[in-house]
Design a protein around this ligand. Structure first.
Ligand code: 5GP
Length: 174
């Protein structure tokens, strides 16, 4: 982080409070049901770990790995799946958990991919929503925080594989 200036955007306390609120809403919405929570690696791993531990409904977990960004901060615009789920989702209630939605291309691709396996329902939960940067029309069912432009790191989010481990979220300038 030496040559990169950073500014805190969300503290760990703000994040914890918001994660609890979302988990409580999800628990109400899925009362009496069992969820399959699918996290998108790598960025969602911390958010998902915190979220599932706050749920009061049972869930199974699985992961996919899709890449839409190369090294650096600009989207390549091309989405590639590098790891598929290992659980059958036919007839199940699915919650996709993503770190951040930007253009919407990653989630659009993944939603189409998973819908082909005939889940009973499919909803999306994102930690951060960059609403103004959409290239495709896309609405998350649950969102932690809406942010404007800028590149964020921490709480699972990286810059060139760095800074995922920061407990708080920062906006960076190079
Ligand atoms: P989309 O396909 O919606 O354009 O991009 C989603 C992916 O882009 C996210 O999963 C994330 O990996 C990456 N991304 C978008 N904005 C940011 C950002 O501000 N910081 C980081 N670390 N990744 C971002």
């Amino acid at each position: 982080m030496d040559q990169i200036s950073k500014q805190i955007l969300f503290s760990r306390d703000e994040i914890q409070k918001r994660v609890r609120e979302i988990a409580s809403q999800i628990s109400k919405d899925y009362a009496g049901r069992e969820l399959v929570v699918i996290g998108i690696l790598k960025g969602a791993f911390i958010f998902m770990a915190d979220l599932v531990r706050e749920l009061s409904v049972p869930c199974k977990v699985d992961f996919v790995r899709v890449a839409s960004y190369g090294a650096g901060s600009e989207s390549s615009g091309k989405v590639v799946m590098t790891k598929d789920i290992e659980t059958s989702i036919k007839g199940r209630d699915i919650l996709i958990v993503e770190d951040i939605v930007d253009s919407g291309l990653t989630l659009q691709y993944l939603v189409n991919w998973l819908k082909e396996r005939n889940p009973h329902s499919l909803k999306i939960c994102v930690f951060l929503d960059k609403r103004k940067r959409r290239k495709v029309s896309f609405e998350a069912d649950y969102a932690g925080f809406t942010i404007d432009d800028g590149f964020v790191v921490g709480y699972g989010l990286d810059f060139d594989e760095q800074f995922r481990f920061f407990p708080d979220v920062y906006i960076i300038e190079q």
